[in-house]
Structures are given as C-alpha cells and as structure tokens.
Design a protein around this ligand. Structure first.
Ligand code: AP5
Length: 210
C-alpha cells in the first residue's frame, strides 16, 4: 500500500503518518525528517540544505527525488510506504510516477489560522522524532520527551517569518498537486481540524482499515 500524505505545513501529516505506520506495518518516510537527520549529522548534504530548511524554502527537486528513490528501495518498504511531505512540486509528482504506483493520496485540510496555532505550539524531540504540542498534545513533564527523556525544542522553521514563507511556498508550488491527484482519481480529503483521534479514524476509514 503506497500512500502519499499531502497538505500544508502543520496540518498533522507527520503525527498521523507515525500512527498509521504502527498500525499498518509500513514505514513512515518523511522527507523533512530525512533532511533534518542530514543536518544533525552534518553530512555534506546537511551543510548545503540547512539554510534552505531554516527559511522554509524547498530543497531542489532532483536532490529530494533521489533521496526518496533510495529510501523506498529499502527492504522495509517492500510492502508499501507512507510518503509524508513528498511530492511537493509537480516535477516531484511526475518523477514519483516513474518510481512507484501510488494507491491513495490523503489531503490534510486545515485553515491557515489553525496552522499558525499548531506550528507555534509545536515542540519536537530531535533524537526520538516525537512531536508534541504545548496545548493539544503536551508531554507528561513540561519540556521533556516522554519516550527519550531529551529536552524538547522548537524547530527553527517554526518561527513566524519561516511559517509565513512555508505557507507561501505551499500555495505556489504544492497546492497544484491537489488537481494533479484529483485528475488521477487518487485524492481523498481529510478534515484535519478534528481531534487527533478523529483524524486517525478518518484516515483508517479511507484506507479500509478497521
Ligand atoms: P516537513 O518536515 O515535511 O515540514 P512540513 O510539511 O512543513 O510539515 P510539518 O512537519 O511542519 O507539519 P505536519 O503536517 O507533519 O504536522 P505535525 O504532525 O508535526 O519539511 C520541512 C522542510 O524540509 C521543508 O520546509 C523543506 O525545506 C524541506 N522539504 C521537505 N520535503 C521536501 C520536498 N518534498 N521537496 C523539497 N523540500 C522538502 O503537527 C503539527 C503540530 O500540530 C504538532 O505540534 C502536533 O502535535 C499538532 N497536531 C497534530 N495533529 C493535531 C490535531 N488533530 N489537533 C491538534 N493538534 C494537532
């Protein structure tokens, strides 16, 4: 089952993909996480793209597509994968068509006001990859990851000017994918303004998972 999670920054794609990955037994492939790992490990790629991510711009299509091509060739993705944050441009979507057949595209739909509330309250654990929200999904102990015990941080691209830029980039470059996938009969719209549990029920219902 090859899935694409599409939607604006902060719509809950990563939160839902992590949950679905557990339930469906297929890997959660987040291009944002792949890039942040390169930055954390100070690889050559990481050094080149740090400023791009911090500003909320997009990494070039060829670099991103190659990373995804390699990742979904790995053995754990043989039965399927959840792509979170890829494709993000029409050229990426066209490249994906030549790499793998996508079964469903889920569009997480949320207003810009809600997005700003979610991103400004997000806190992340860099090592464990866990995502929290200070109001909607707080850790048991303030500022500390429940799983790894590490200190929670604010993502550099969650500052107000980067959020504004990410929304602009989404509208200009990623939103055209809605029509791209609608024309192919693959698009399913999920109301991402519901609670996390309700969103997950909607996701499972679209995918026919009980
Ligand atoms: P990426 O990491 O993909 O960022 P994004 O798409 O902006 O998505 P986010 O991670 O911000 O949000 P999300 O939808 O996963 O929401 P989350 O679950 O965290 O990409 C980062 C950067 O990498 C890009 O800007 C770009 O530079 C680069 N990049 C990545 N992919 C690329 C590509 N294909 N091409 C080129 N460059 C690329 O939830 C957000 C918050 O809301 C959390 O605090 C969460 O706890 C809370 N929350 C979640 N669900 C709910 C709910 N139902 N109710 C209340 N709160 C909720």
């Amino acid at each position: 089952m090859n899935l694409v999670f599409l939607g604006p920054p902060g719509a809950g794609k990563g939160t839902q993909a992590a949950r679905l990955s557990q339930k469906a037994g297929i890997p959660h492939v987040s291009t944002g996480d792949l890039f942040r790992n390169h930055i954390k490990n100070q690889t050559e790629l990481g050094k080149k793209i740090k400023a791009v991510l911090d500003a909320g711009d997009l990494v070039p299509d060829e670099v991103t597509t190659e990373l995804v091509r390699q990742r979904i060739k790995e053995r754990d993705a043989a039965k399927g994968f959840i792509l979170d944050g890829f494709p993000r441009t029409i050229p990426q979507a066209e490249a994906l068509e030549s790499i793998a057949a996508v079964r469903h595209v889920l569009l997480f739909d949320l207003t810009e006001d809600e997005i700003v509330i979610r991103l400004s309250g997000r806190r992340v654990a860099l090592a464990s990859g866990r995502v929290y929200h200070i109001v909607f999904n707080p850790p048991k102990k303030e500022g500390v990851c429940d799983v790894s015990g590490e200190k929670l941080v604010i993502r550099p691209d969650d500052d107000p000017s980067a959020i504004r830029n990410r929304l602009k980039v989404y509208r200009n470059l990623t939103e055209p994918l809605v029509d791209f996938y609608k024309h192919r009969g693959l698009l399913n719209v999920i109301n991402a303004a519901q609670s996390g549990d309700e969103v997950f029920l909607s996701v499972c219902s679209v995918l026919g998972l009980g």
